[in-house]
Design a protein around this ligand. Sequence first.
Ligand code: PFF
Length: 458
Amino acid sequence: MKTEEEKQTSSFSSRIGLIMAAAGSAVGLGNIWKFPYIAGENGGGAFLIIYLICVLIFGLPLLMTEFLIGKQSGKSAFGAFRALRNNSRWQWLSWSCMVTAVIIMGFYFVVTGWCFHYVVAAVAHSFKGLDTGSFTEHFNSLVSNGGGMFAYAVLAVLLTAVVLWFDVNKGIERLSKILMPLLLVMMMLMAGRVLMLPDSNIGMKFFFQADFSKITPEVVLAAMGQCFFSLSIGMGAIITYGAYMPKRQNIMATSLQVVVLDTLVAVLAGLIIFPAVFAFGVDPAEGPELVFVVLPAVFEQMSFSWFSSILFFGLLCVAAVTSTISLMEVAVAFLTEATATRKHPLNRHKSVLVVSAIVLVMVALNVLSLTDNGSWLCLHGDNFFDWSDTISANILMPVNAFAMALFVGWFMNKTETRQEIGKKSNWQYRLGAVFLPLVRFLIPLAILAIFLNGLGIL
Ligand code: PFF
């Protein structure tokens, strides 16, 4: 018989296992696909500075906030708040996390599908000898073909569902322990190659030189949203992982490692994309297609271009799937827990099926909105895909994170929080002392201000 503690920690028997899973959730398309295109649309260097400030002020403490809620309650996003407060007044926040997860999955699986397509295209030598204009055409033909795009996204949904169905998270963790460092090495090599291209210094300037006149309320809101999205904050994914956290594991150290790794990958992505953008004459504000147009062009400049492009897009798929696993896990754990006391409880397998069905509907809407037949899915010039992307990162995640900070700061036992956060070493004790004032006052006020300012209300 397993003890209660063993049962809880069986999913993550090792410290490094949990760090890998949390890092796997954080590092994904948000770093390599989304960060460059949002930075490109929002002024490059100015955005980078604000982004890094957001990571410091919001990223680290909010990651700790979610780990703390999960670890103290031992429950997923569905039951955590209720368990800690002994009432269901915070249940709306659980639902809000679930809705956010479903909206994100709708477009995230579509982009994961694009990555799958790029692996296949790389294997088939489709990029050989093409110029930048032809890469744009290649991307446009992918996106205008709704059926093909849907098929690739379905493949991504199926793969994620299979991992959750067989509970083979552990295998994935072991795999990503090898593959993620490989992705990092590969990105460093690509950055090195790109820096040797003519005019790459213009891109470096764009990315690293902050023009403060470009900082507007919208840029700040976009940076905050990107920080939440990239670190998987404000959706309950980290709460769910916190519930599996071994009791001995240190929250601050784990969060710090995830933040450093995630930020490193995002900055590396910028270091590859922006010099290349200027070298190939692409517009940095091109939008969601940016990396899919620029990266194949980078590989054409590299030695072993065929092999490098397959390897890179393959690794990108792995990074994307470790994130989709955590996204879907939130919804699956939610459903299983929510129906546990009902007449017809949904076990893990049934929950995986129900969630997959809901996600497929969302994916279909996203795909449709990108094609010519989906004009009815447009509002104010943006389609359903763009809206899902913007609303989840810039509105839902900040609102959820705002509420979670207040929850930990005002409604959880402060002595326990201080003990949990400030344990182990002296410096952690000192940092731990800053944690509570941060989540009680600074973070909620800052989120509120940025939010109202960005939406033009303040
Ligand atoms: N952080 C992931 C990325 O950067 O790609 C996206 C994500 C995963 C967001 C899981 C939220 C989440 F719960």
